[in-house]
Write a protein that binds this ligand. Structure first.
Ligand SMILES: [Zn+2]
Length: 701
């Protein structure tokens, strides 16, 4: 059993096996469904493991429900079915046991010119799946009723205490359960909410890498089901109940109707941003119904609701139903939940932070309980409020939570199960066998093609043209002598077809006054609507994108001139991009409105900037922040002191190199013109939870 029992040899390499079990429906009537058990290797990195071809089916669990309703009821009870399920699993794992009994798998490969002959020591590390599936694997009761003694497959926490994140639970050990099964102690098993059955994973011949917690420690809860479809769903429901929704009746609620309408507007605004990592936020069916949303969409709904808590129009609507302090409590909870969710997505986290996250998670769960105040159903006594308390130890065992995420393997169902199943007769009784045959045939064809060195990679495109700094639609400003002879006249013309919409006059006027008037008549200045930075962020500045609305992206601009080494000391201020302009040799050295001198040639952005950076750039705990293009009284006073005009627009011509990162902004509905609600870049959201961890440990004030 133990890997080291017969002593390690120098060319032994640990090779973890990761399994994934999940049922999928193939046809619309639910007659044909498949429950494949897939496996992949833990020696590959996440990018490889997320590919469909990295997974191989170990087998398909036959449909145990091919019975009529009456037969189902009288012939086999749920316990017998679960026993059979474990017998099938046992048969499925037999090939793994056989492989392990041989002492390893010989494997040769070449790495950096050197050939290695190793012996892969295969052990089953963990199984990816949903809560219900995991409970089945552990042989536990599936019921969520409060009468059931225990609620967690990992530990002994009583159901009645599962809303206490600080309960001193102890791990469930397979030996303890197994000995009760062997002695047929039904009362003892009932007290542990375990079924009397021979668990396929208690098999002493199956190598699980010596995990003392056995299957009870190999079934890590994962964010899609526990967080997105659990806490996020219940949390939003709690918020809507605060606004007057009745969870027990389907009666329409007027305030939620208004909420859905504002949410749709926010979603539309958010779909036009340069931060492409934003979750999906536009939901035509609204956000309050819940039923038509899939797991990952809840992250977007949470963001939309969080923005609404800041936006004037919706905020005043919320405050008609709850006090300011309650609203602030909700804002904090929503922000931390989102920050936590993105922290759980991280590809790497320092071990100390993982260990310290335990306390932060426990605190967050208690905050969830006291803010959401769930009263209907089982109240706060639902297992998904407790399962996150095991995330930290699961991460210590298996690495970041992203490793156990069921999202990527679920999307591999299509090529690995659905595609081969389409070439069967679609008959329920032979469905699994025929699908397996098709899968193996496809595999053989792939191997044969590989052996014949058939190159099916598409021919690469012809030589790449030299990059032009102008992207998207192009336009030209032409400077000519005015009829009076003293003031230049500037004409604007699109060089791209099908655009007629000009940019707003105020920007052309500003450029004419500060730049174009200093150029010799006859000069042409080119500009464009798009710019891509770091091959990652695409910024758009278009007066009528695809013939529809204007699209002017926001970004933060680094005003410290790139001379500062300390990242925290930089001054980054959000600005909205009006358009991009090519600065030519003739323009270098021009003094723009006494604010700056054009330093060099290249692509510049005309931006409308905020006066100051967003509040608390150092404290990263806020994902959503308000800001305005209009000056505050304080900013007006400062301008007067500095001898600058209070009415001067905040327009600047800055090199595109000063763009720091994208930031999302949407107009603050119900506020003054020029007021915006900003969403910090998605790649910084996880910092919110990192800061919370530090705060819980007293190392951040
Ligand atoms: Zn537990």
């Amino acid at each position: 059993m133990c890997l080291l029992s017969d002593g390690p040899r120098p060319n032994d390499v640990l090779c973890p096996l990761i399994m994934y079990l999940d049922r999928i429906c193939i046809d619309q009537h639910g007659r044909c469904s498949l429950e494949p058990g897939y496996a992949t290797l833990g020696i590959w990195n996440v990018a490889t493991r997320n590919k469909a071809e990295a997974w191989r089916p170990l087998g398909y669990i036959p449909n145990l429900y091919l019975l009529s309703k009456n037969e189902n009821k009288f012939r086999m009870n749920s316990l017998e079915k679960l026993r059979m399920y474990h017998e099938i699993l046992d048969a499925m794992l037999a090939s793994v046991v056989k492989l392990q009994s041989k002492g390893g798998v010989p494997f040769s490969f070449t790495y950096r010119g050197k050939r290695y002959d190793v012996n892969l020591k295969v052990f089953l590390m963990f199984i990816i799946g949903d809560t219900e599936g995991h409970d089945k694997l552990c042989g536990r009761y599936n019921s969520r009723a409060l009468q059931v003694k225990r609620v967690c497959r990992h530990c002994d926490i009583p159901t009645m205490d599962c809303d206490n994140a600080f309960y001193p639970w102890r791990h469930v050990k397979p030996d303890a359960v197994h000995s009760l099964v062997v002695s047929n102690d039904l009362e003892g098993l009932k007290a542990m909410s375990q079924h009397p059955l021979k668990n396929a994973f208690y098999n002493s011949k199956l190598d699980i890498g010596g995990n003392p917690r056995g299957i009870h420690g190999m079934t890590p809860g994962e964010p899609l089901h526990v967080v997105d479809l659990g806490l996020f769903k219940y949390g939003l429901e709690g918020f809507f109940i605060c606004l007057g929704m009745n969870p027990k009746s389907k009666a329409p609620c007027k305030i939620l109707m208004e909420l859905d309408s504002i949410a749709r507007r926010i979603g539309r605004f958010l779909s036009h941003q340069s931060d492409r990592e934003l979750p999906r936020t536009y939901f035509p069916f609204g956000v309050t119904a819940g039923t038509k949303l899939s797991g990952h969409e809840y992250q977007g709904v949470l963001l939309v609701v969080l923005i609404m808590c800041y936006m004037e129009e919706s905020r005043s609507m919320f405050l008609s139903k709850m006090s300011v302090s309650v609203l602030h409590q909700w804002i904090r909870l929503l922000e931390l939940l989102l920050g936590w969710r993105y922290w759980l997505k991280k590809a790497s986290i320092p071990r100390l932070e993982v260990e310290q996250s335990q306390l932060a998670t426990q605190n967050l769960m208690m905050m969830f309980k006291s803010t959401v105040k769930r009263n209907h159903g089982n109240g706060s006594k639902f297992p998904k409020l407790h399962l996150p308390c095991h995330f930290s130890e699961n991460m210590v065992d298996f690495g970041v939570i992203a490793n156990v995420d069921s999202g990527p393997p679920e999307s591999n169902h299509k090529p690995n199960a659905k595609a081969p199943s389409q070439h069967t007769q679609m008959r329920a009784e032979s469905f699994e066998v025929q699908t397996a045959q098709r899968y193996v045939e496809n595999l053989i064809i792939d191997f044969a093609a590989d052996a014949l060195h058939i190159d099916n990679t598409p021919a690469t495109k012809a030589a790449i043209l030299a990059p032009d700094i102008l992207r998207g639609a192009r336009f030209v400003f032409e400077i000519s002598e005015g009829c009076e002879g003293d003031i230049n006249v500037v004409s604007f013309e699109w060089k791209s077809k099908a655009i007629s919409e000009p940019y707003h006059q105020q920007y052309t006027d500003w450029l004419t006054r500060h730049v174009f008037s200093k150029l010799t008549p006859g000069t042409r200045v080119r500009g464009c609507t798009e710019h891509k930075r770091h091959d990652k962020f695409l910024f758009r500045a278009h007066p009528s994108y695809r013939g529809h609305n204007q699209w002017h992206d926001w970004a933060t601009f680094d005003w410290s001139g790139g001379n500062i080494d300390q990242v925290d000391d930089r001054v980054c201020i959000p600005g909205q991009i009006v358009f991009f302009l090519e600065v030519t040799e003739e323009m270098v050295g021009i003094d723009v409105g006494g604010e700056m001198i054009l330093p060099s040639t290249g692509l510049f952005a005309l931006i409308e900037s905020l006066e100051d950076p967003l509040p608390h750039p150092g404290k990263r705990s806020e994902l959503v922040v308000k800001g305005s293009k209009c000056l505050t009284t304080k900013q007006q006073k400062k301008r007067r002191r500095d001898g600058r005009s209070v009415r001067a627009p905040n327009l600047y011509l800055v090199p595109v190199e000063s763009i720091d990162e994208p930031i999302s902004a949407i107009p603050n509905l119900g506020g003054d013109p020029g007021d915006f609600v900003f969403v910090r870049p998605v790649n910084t959201w996880s910092d919110c939870f990192s800061d919370y961890i530090a705060m819980c440990h007293g190392s951040l004030d």
